[in-house]
Design a protein around this ligand. Structure first.
Ligand SMILES: [Zn+2]
Length: 256
């Protein structure tokens, strides 16, 4: 039995019984932690609105050692990143970011660099930065931090040196045309998008957020979603939500 304390971000939650909630945090000191916030759905809960998705706070929990679930004692808000919840595109990309963290990490496996990346991405999303770009910069760096950095310098199947005319992206990195024909999970990616991914990885965070990408931006966003799907083993839940948001904004644009 032990008391734990760490800066943490709310990355998911679901209701439990009449008034409790199970909350998933990504913390700097302990990695992913799931805990029960007792009576948090009551009107006068001591948690107030602190347990909203994306909220960064100081988490204090009690680990009984009897189950994987801890008891959430306190969560004092440091930054609610409220602006992320004010428009659907920000909300959707933010949900994708926290879902990636949730599904690519194991419980109690801390990665301080991933925690730093997560808070940097949420801060950018809550400010003026373009939501899809924040997701791209987060996605590319998240793969690096967790040891899934795709190789871009040669075909991961046969070793042939890049560039090739029609590359594809598979779990370990780029594959050449010949190998892509046999790799069932590989998805095509344009040479321009491969080059852009390389540039974004080499750039600093602020520079990567503002670097002009032109038409390749949408392709890169899709390529990262496909890559996350390969790693997780199924599409992210938020990918569908984002497609709906986009369809909605396209139809309202036509009416204007
Ligand atoms: Zn090859």
């Amino acid at each position: 039995m032990a008391l734990g304390k760490s800066a943490a971000v709310v990355i998911g939650s679901f209701d439990l019984g009449e008034s409790d909630r199970v909350v998933t945090f990504y913390s700097r000191e302990h990695g992913k932690v799931r805990g029960v916030a007792k009576a948090s759905r009551r009107m006068r809960s001591r948690f107030g609105g602190a347990l909203e998705l994306f909220t960064l706070g100081e988490l204090v929990f009690f680990d009984t050692g009897r189950t994987d679930l801890v008891r959430v004692d306190h969560f004092d808000v440091l930054d609610p990143f409220a602006a992320i919840r004010t428009d659907l595109e920000r909300l959707g990309q933010g949900a994708w970011i926290v879902e990636c963290v949730n599904r690519l990490t194991a419980e109690r496996d801390p990665h301080a660099a991933l925690f730093g990346l997560l808070t940097r991405a949420l801060r950018a999303l809550a400010s003026a930065a373009g939501p899809p770009r924040v997701a791209i910069c987060f996605g590319a760096r998240c793969l690096d931090v967790l040891g899934h950095r795709p190789r871009l310098d040669r075909c991961v199947e046969c070793g042939r040196a890049y560039p090739f005319a029609r590359p594809a992206l598979d779990e370990g990195g780029v594959v050449c045309e010949a190998c892509a024909a046999h790799a069932t999970g590989a998805t095509s990616i344009s040479p321009a998008a491969v080059a852009a991914l390389g540039r974004l990885r080499a750039a600093g965070w602020e520079e990567a957020l503002t670097q002009p990408l032109g038409r390749v931006e949408a392709e890169l966003r899709n390529a990262l979603e496909s890559h996350m799907t390969r790693l997780i083993g199924q599409p992210t839940r938020t990918a569908k939500f984002l497609r709906e948001v986009r369809r909605l904004s396209e139809t309202s644009g036509e009416r204007r």
